[in-house]
Design a protein around this ligand. Sequence first.
Ligand code: XIL
Length: 297
Amino acid sequence: GTTLGASAAESGRYFGAAVSTQYLSESAYANTLGAEFNSVVAENAMKWDATEPNPGQFNFSGGDQLVNWAQARGMKVRGHTLVWHAQQPGWAQNLTGQNLRNAMLNHIAGVANHYEGDVFAWDVVNEAFEWDGSRRQSNLQRQLGNGWIEEAFRAADAADPTATLCYNDYGTDSINAKSTAIYNMVRDFKSRGVPIDCVGFQTHIAHNENLSSYQANLQRFADLGVDVEITELDVGQGSGQAATYGTVTNACMAVARCKGITVWGITDKYSWRDDNPLLFDGNYQKKQAYHTVLAAL
Ligand code: XIL
């Protein structure tokens, strides 16, 4: 294929980008997205603060805009994210006990029901572990205890039984304490029938990241019986940027259950990072990293 999306599709995979809906009116942004990618995810528009600004009052305007844009072009949509300690609305941040549980479950039901049939996968829970493999001591964790992740997945499954339900995190780019703790959680979930279908590897990395166990790590999760997805890929600028993009792409291509890759933005002009980590430069020109990825797909 001659585009990222078309090349990924040749092996049944997708190649997506995180999208800020505010830039869809910029023609170079929209044209690059539409030409090169076959999947999108909302960079912010489907997060808790955006979708439920007041308790029980949902606002799907940004997410719906992206879904409509993508569907009009035959593109897939990933859902990001139902439950995360960050970007929560103010009203949810200091809830306690059963009030917090009800708010979390109601949020999952409201959002996942709304987008049922529109998103092929959900990041049900985002970033719940620390580097050392312990649970992040978020308000969710302190108030609800270890069971909250399982509760979230069961609620997502009830709301949207067909979406691929993912646990998503960063710092899981090798076989390390954090990825092993997540691995153990997934193994436990699979053994007890907790509905988890996928693990997302954000892959926000440096140009000289050590990726010597990246593929083996993806494979050990796949061997548990879940899909794996590269969900937020970006690689800092530097001499190894293109090669590192290539290593990640090759790893996904080598793991049968690696269903696709999403880069966390289109152009360096609008990256959340300040180190030009994307495939298109600030003028929407293809970088070396783009050519390396395309060749690896
Ligand atoms: C980031 C967005 O890119 C920013 O626009 C926003 O200000 C903060 O969140 N991990 C995630 C993403 O799961 O949701 C984050 O996105 C980047 C880190």
